[in-house]
Design a protein around this ligand. Sequence first.
Ligand SMILES: NC(=O)c1ccc[n+]([C@@H]2O[C@H](COP(=O)([O-])OP(=O)(O)OC[C@H]3O[C@@H](n4cnc5c(N)ncnc54)[C@H](OP(=O)(O)O)[C@@H]3O)[C@@H](O)[C@H]2O)c1
Length: 356
Amino acid sequence: MSAFRWGIFGTGTISAKFVAGLVATAQTEVSFVASRSAARAQRFAARMRVPRAIEGYANAAQEGGVDAIYIATPPALHVEHALTCIHAGIPVLVEKPLATTIDDATRLIDGARDNAVFAMEAMWTRFLPAVRLLRDYLDGHCVGEVRMLAASLGVAKTVRAENTSFNPVLGGGAISQLGVYPLSLGQYLFGPATLMHALGNVGETQVDEDVAFHLRYQQNVLATCYVSIRSWAPSEFRVLGTTGEVCLRGPLIRPSGITLSRRSVEQLDERDYGWRMRLRQRGWLNWLAQRLGRTALKTSATTIGRFYAGNGYHYQAEEVRRCLQQGSLESSCMPLSDSLEIVQLSEQIRHQLRTV
Ligand SMILES: NC(=O)c1ccc[n+]([C@@H]2O[C@H](COP(=O)([O-])OP(=O)(O)OC[C@H]3O[C@@H](n4cnc5c(N)ncnc54)[C@H](OP(=O)(O)O)[C@@H]3O)[C@@H](O)[C@H]2O)c1
């Protein structure tokens, strides 16, 4: 079997992580890296051991000679760069978010479909073994009837107008950079969502910096989420149901398993004056419980590890290869319709924050 050949668009950190991650997958090589500047392409190629450095994205697409191109340029440029490849007949793996506006996402998707060229959003988290495990457990009703999910993700970054995260023209902002993770995970587990409410802080560079939002999924599952590029926030994803809670173990963007805490449904009896209730109200028992950090609720938590190989970035690359080998133009795990829906939700959130 011949090696699968990748081309890389962009010389940022994420391109470097993707190239580093490919080591974990067999029969794969990176043929070239493309940049706006020959010097940056050469520097990246030297550091990441990529054989060819090409100046100009359009030149790289014209040269071709690869099985797929990974596009890791700023979000607002995804559509232009993806269409350049698609028009040259080259399959694309496009970093998240697929695009920054509904118009751009639609143009990209139509371009791929009209030209019968494979395209997929690089929502790498979806392909990690722990996320698959979570979905299997939820399919098995591990927490009874799911009622809510809660997710957060925050990284306190320094405001720098030249940084993509704070640049409204390039597709910065907390929703574009971080919010898409809980949005996409929620969608993967519970299907389409309706935005109920969003509020946030818009910073001096006019991007959304802190955002809180609520969603409702089709099965009436409610989601409460907050993301920030100015504040630290736990990287968490929790699903709450009638018989307990299941959460991703480790960061929500790169989990390594799940933790399941089961609780029995509380049988409420208003007239419970029994010895257990009376014992629990004793001062000395509360004194002890506080110092031991115990809560009143009885839980049994089980952690099930599902570790990712390498740095976790190669699973999405394997999905692209699998789809192409099967002749599929889209991934069933990360279809373009899902990506479009996330762009739509993101745009609705930004509308409520008045940044679009
Ligand atoms: N998967 C993940 O874990 C993850 C995490 C964060 C972000 N992302 C996504 O990955 C993508 C790349 O992120 P990043 O942080 O590496 O991005 P970045 O540093 O802002 O940009 C990546 C590269 O895009 C190229 N580029 C082309 N036109 C540009 C322009 N007009 N202005 C600035 N850069 C331009 C630059 O390379 P040249 O100068 O060499 O052309 C730059 O190095 C984004 O779509 C982002 O949303 C993914």
